[in-house]
Design a protein around this ligand. Structure first.
Ligand SMILES: Nc1ncnc2c1ncn2[C@@H]1O[C@H](COP(=O)(O)OP(=O)(O)OP(=O)(O)O)[C@@H](O)[C@H]1O
Ligand SMILES: [Mg+2]
Length: 253
């Protein structure tokens, strides 16, 4: 018999302290390929801190992480991205005055040799074409890649952030409050996008205050309380009210 495939991402008794503040306390969980895992909890529960550990922004104070069964200790966000983990942080880091295509390639611009002097120059044509293709693959309704991000709706901005994250062929997408600033229709677009990613086998770790969001798309939900994992449930057992009740009543174990 062959070994069962290991989870994509595993955290084992991971803690994170910011000086005297213990933001994450011995948290253990796993995320499998194609699985959507919701991460919920009150303000300050430690959700974004876990996101930052997975994204390589911070290193655990103790505990270990594994990626595809191997030790995972990224020294920075770039290493996380290269490993296959793309993160969209709570506050989108987009450049509003730059066009969509340029936002997609911020920090990882495509270059080519200039035909004149053989020097490297930005390959604008290729980036615009790749941007268009990336958005189309995700079924995103941004028709003009030359449009400055400032002119997009909240939902379209979130979509651009997702497309940028996925340019790297991520196998896990971590999203911290993707629908916080969105209207009803835009929220539904983001949910549909998460479902399409899942169908492609991409795993999603979804942090959200919106219980409707979580029960609409997650397979499994983790409830954090004061830095500790207080409950874990299959989403099929929950509705938004039950989940909200669980967030209020679950005791850190
Ligand atoms: N850079 C930091 N330095 C010191 N303390 C921090 C830092 N970032 C977060 N904290 C603290 O760590 C705890 C967890 O914060 P975190 O941002 O992870 O919570 P959260 O669950 O994402 O909250 P929210 O729902 O408000 O986004 C809080 O007590 C917070 O004040
Ligand atoms: Mg947060």
């Amino acid at each position: 018999m062959s070994e069962p495939t290991p989870p994509l991402l595993e955290l084992e008794r991971v803690s994170l302290a910011y000086g005297p503040v213990l933001a994450v306390r011995e948290v253990s969980f796993a995320v499998r390929a194609g699985e959507v895992v919701g991460l919920v909890g009150d303000n300050g529960a430690g959700k974004s801190s876990i996101v930052k550990l997975v994204a390589g922004v911070h290193r655990p104070t103790s505990g270990t992480m594994r990626w595809s069964g191997r030790a995972y200790a990224p020294r920075g966000p770039r290493e996380a991205l290269e490993a296959g983990i793309a993160t969209i942080h709570q506050h989108l880091a987009l450049a509003p005055r730059l066009p969509v295509w340029q936002n997609l390639f911020l920090g990882c611009e495509r270059v080519r040799r200039s035909w004149l002097l053989g020097l490297p120059v930005l390959d604008v044509g290729r980036m615009r074409a790749e941007a268009r293709a990336a958005l189309a693959r995700l079924g995103i309704t941004v028709t003009d890649v030359d449009c400055p991000v400032a002119e997009l709706s909240g939902g379209q901005r979130q979509a651009v952030a997702i497309a940028r994250a996925l340019l790297w062929n991520a196998r896990l997408l971590v999203m911290d409050e993707p629908t916080a600033a969105l209207g009803v229709r835009e929220t539904e677009e983001v949910r549909a996008l998460i479902r399409r990613l899942k169908a492609k086998g991409v795993a999603v770790l979804l942090v959200s205050h919106d219980m409707q969001d979580v029960v609409a798309v997650a397979d499994r939900v983790l409830v954090l309380k004061k830095g500790r994992l207080a409950a874990e449930r299959a989403a099929a057992e929950l509705d938004a009210d039950r989940l909200a009740h669980l967030v209020m009543t679950a005791e850190a174990v």
